[in-house]
Design a protein. Structure first.
Length: 453
């Protein structure tokens, strides 16, 4: 243990002691905010330990929840005067969608064609994994929401909160699943492929699931939700992919980069034409939106990457670590904003919602693993699919709820689910890490791992 780690541990212990003292001698709010700091410091300390480095993400989430519940007034607004600017205060929920877009952009910069190789090399694992992701969690979410709805008088969960349970079930593959798969010594290549595929498919399937399953609780406009999710998920990923391509190839492979840019632009135009057909936009409005989207997601990333390439190319590993940390921080801030604006509703119905979200999360792990074993996948792949099914994209679900103007109710279940899935995922990964997988290593898995390296 070096000096930095020792000092961090000492400050962490002191913060926990101070928090306990404030809970006893002062108010729970003061104790809670210091507890949030102590949890964050504990995550920083654990990050210095190789065997627990991935668990810091969980502690960022828990710290944000504790801070939001303890002092919601502190985080309700962001004032431009803090940064030397003038203007009206910005409500914290206005940052949710941009934060998720930052996460998706970061994901796009990490994706390559190699991440989809498992579709060819391990089609069975990918098909089983995607099938379970889009069946187990939506159906179990519907079952839990329907059960709670039947007992609404006893549980006190409103229709929008119940719809939130379904929403998080229809938002597959959280950003932490790859980290948990790595910590659990599962098939990381398969995990990355499943995350990439499910993220790209979600904007088209999630709205349909919500209209089919959740329309009994709230009014759902599938096409409008699809357009919103494309802006939150697909367009930032396109920007990240193009940014990465220009950074990798520069001017040496201009034809390849140009083809990508043209394909992405055509895709954006086609999607907007479909929205005209669906009656969401007028032709003029769709054309304007398509041009703006191309400017933001194709032209701007390519130019920015070309300008920054001399700087980034020498610091590629540091940039990747920074983007990973930024994604973790962004998810934490999304949860902080949701807890801040919805703390009253959360305190009112938190107990039963905690149980429902925990049950939903554990069902995902259990059914995902059991069904993968029934399909005769290796134990390593079963661990991967279990994690991919159990861990959902709670940040995306929260962003959808925010876009619908119901983050204080519809966004509660995703927030609680996000806390549980990171905690249970870390525990499950730690258990599996110490239980070796006895599996036959075939040429396929070796080739995938070799190619990724």
């Amino acid at each position: 243990m070096n000096v930095y780690t020792g000092v961090t541990l000492g400050i962490t212990i002191a913060a926990f002691i101070a928090s306990a003292a404030l809970f006893i001698l002062s108010t729970p709010a003061n104790g809670g905010i210091v507890l949030a700091l102590a949890i964050l410091l504990l995550g920083v300390f654990l990050r210095r330990l190789p065997s627990l480095a991935g668990s810091y993400y969980t502690f960022i989430i828990l710290s944000c929840v504790a801070a939001g519940l303890s002092k919601p007034d502190w985080f309700m607004y962001i004032y431009p005067s803090w940064f030397g600017f003038s203007g009206e205060p910005i409500k914290c929920t206005e940052l949710i969608t941009p934060l998720i877009q930052i996460i998706m952009f970061g994901m796009g910069t990490q994706l390559t064609l190699r991440d989809f190789q498992a579709v060819a090399f391990q089609p069975k694992g990918v098909i089983v994994g995607l099938g379970l992701q889009f069946l187990v969690m939506p159906i179990s979410g519907l079952a839990l929401a329907t059960l709670c709805g039947m007992l609404s008088e006893q549980f006190g969960l409103g229709p929008e909160i119940l719809a939130g349970i379904i929403l998080v079930g229809c938002s597959p593959s959280g950003v932490a699943s790859n980290v948990m798969s790595f910590l659990a010594k599962a098939n990381v290549a398969l995990s990355v492929t499943l995350s990439a595929c499910s993220t790209l498919v979600a904007p088209f399937l999630t709205p349909l699931y919500m209209e089919f399953f959740a329309s009994q609780f709230i009014e759902v406009h599938a096409v409008q939700m699809m357009a919103s999710m494309l802006g939150i998920v697909i367009y930032p990923i396109i920007a990240g992919l193009l940014f990465k391509s220009v950074q990798m190839y520069g001017l040496t492979r201009r034809r390849s980069v140009t083809i990508q840019a043209v394909v992405y632009s055509l895709l954006i135009f086609v999607l907007h034409i479909l929205f005209i057909w669906a009656g969401l936009y007028s032709p003029c409005e769709a054309f304007q939106k398509a041009l703006l989207t191309i400017a933001y997601c194709v032209v701007a990333p390519a130019l920015a990457s070309a300008v920054l390439r001399p700087f980034l190319i020498r610091r590629e590993e540091k940039v990747e670590h920074f983007l990973a940390f930024l994604s973790s921080l962004a998810v934490g801030l999304v949860i902080l904003a949701t807890v801040t604006v919805g703390h009253k509703s959360l305190m009112a119905v938190g107990g039963i919602l905690l149980i429902v979200c925990l049950a939903h999360n554990l069902l995902g792990y259990a059914i995902g693993y059991a069904m993968a074993r029934l399909c005769r996948l290796s134990k390593k792949d079963c661990r991967t699919i279990s994690i991919e099914v159990g861990i959902q994209n709670s940040g995306l679900a929260t962003s959808i709820a925010n876009d619908m103007g119901k983050v204080t109710t519809l966004g509660l279940a995703p927030t609680i689910f996000g806390c549980f899935m990171n905690t249970t995922g870390s525990i499950l990964a730690a258990i599996w890490r110490n239980i070796p997988c006895e599996e036959k290593h075939n040429k396929t898995s070796k080739s995938i791992n070799t190619n990724r390296e």
